[in-house]
Unconditional design. Structure first.
Length: 373
């Protein structure tokens, strides 16, 4: 994937990347897909620029590179490069890249609220593309959503490390521009109003491997400084973490619905426990499969730097808290499942004991009412 070339003549050059992920179906059929929205689907080739042991493995979802679009903005036309990804957990992710060139870091803040000439935004454009992809993938999906739910969005600001305004030592550059970086990550147009505590907190999660690269992660956006050809590897990890957050939220809502329905059915006695027990057993199996597939998307074998980038992003997204919340609901589901099993066994034992007593009574009646000869 060739990065777009921004205009020259400015001290800061790079691209802003808009990420959007959505859960379009409960699951997908394991059928080979050749194309999506008229473009071929293929696993992207992602190479790491950082040293690491051999045998490294990265999850590579099927990707369609869509034709570039020209968007009219208040600052003039921009070229949007669009990539669409299909994940086996029933999720879609879109990546929109727009090149920029600016004289000051603070000028990039307006990308957080970028509005196109027709009143739309990059994320609303992304939603329309995702909706078309959802409709096309519906025949291959298991329990697809009738409409596209609201997804998770994220913004990554990628600065070329060879820009005139970036020094070869990014750690020193960050120390000098810490307040501007914090304002950019927080979408704050007035950097001077930020407290020292907020500036320190927003820029505390920074990572670098070489002196020329830097990743500063925050809740709403990330600042990435590297060589243009090395952007895809970090963007890939951040995008997978964003998809993981979307899927965890979707399955948390699914668990809430399942638990509420099971509790209502039990309290109202409208359905028999065996039917509820069957549904809960199927849900437990599906969630176990989902947990395994979701974990497979973020397994990094030997990728030391990318693993740290993921850990930082996962910490900012509170993915561990989402996992704990889902695990707690699964334990509640297991408790309800065991309770229903015990209740079913007790009912069965009660019927067996009643049958034995009834047979004993019949035997006694026959014994006393029997007349010899």
């Amino acid at each position: 994937m060739t990065p777009p070339e921004p205009p020259t003549g400015h001290p800061l050059r790079g691209e802003v990347v808009f990420l959007s992920a959505c859960d379009f179906a409960y699951d997908t059929q394991r059928l080979p897909l050749a194309s999506l929205l008229g473009q071929p689907l293929a696993a992207p080739h992602i190479t790491s620029s950082k040293r690491g042991p051999s045998g490294r493995t990265l999850f590579r979802p099927l990707t369609a590179e869509l034709p570039a679009e020209t968007w009219e903005t208040p600052d003039g036309p921009v070229t949007a490069h669009i990539s669409l990804r299909v994940l086996p957990v029933g999720a879609l992710s879109i990546r929109i890249r727009i090149p920029f060139a600016t004289n000051a870091l603070g000028h990039l803040v307006h990308f957080h609220s970028l509005t196109l000439a027709d009143g739309s935004t990059p994320f609303s454009r992304a939603s329309s593309i995702l909706e078309k992809a959802r409709a096309e993938l519906a025949p291959h999906a298991i329990r697809p959503h009738p409409t596209l739910p609201e997804g998770e969005t994220y913004t990554v600001f990628c600065l070329h490390t060879d820009s005139p305004g970036i020094t070869t030592d990014t750690a020193s550059w960050l120390a000098t521009h810490q307040r501007e970086v914090a304002a950019l990550l927080n979408a704050e147009p007035h950097a001077h109003l930020l407290s020292n505590q907020e500036v320190s907190e927003s820029t505390s999660r920074s990572l670098s491997y070489y002196r020329h690269d830097l990743v500063v992660t925050d809740w709403d956006s990330t600042l990435l400084i590297d060589k243009p050809d090395d952007f895809p590897e970090s963007l890939h990890i951040i995008e997978l973490a964003n998809v993981q957050l979307e899927e965890l939220e979707a399955y948390d809502a699914l668990l809430d619905t399942a638990l509420d329905k099971a509790c209502r059915d039990l309290s109202s006695h409208q359905r028999r426990p065996p039917a509820i027990l069957t549904e809960l057993r199927e849900l437990r199996i599906d969630l176990a499969r989902f947990s395994d597939e979701l974990s497979n998307t973020t397994k990094f074998f030997g990728e030391w730097h990318l693993a740290r980038v993921y850990e930082n992003t996962a910490r900012v997204f509170h993915l561990s808290d989402w996992h704990r919340a889902i695990d707690e609901k699964l334990r509640t589901l297991d408790s309800l499942y065991e309770f229903l099993k015990q209740d079913r066994n007790h009912r069965l034992m009660l019927w067996l004991e009643s049958a034995i007593v009834l047979l004993f009574i019949i035997d006694l009646i026959l014994l006393f009412t029997h007349k010899p000869g």
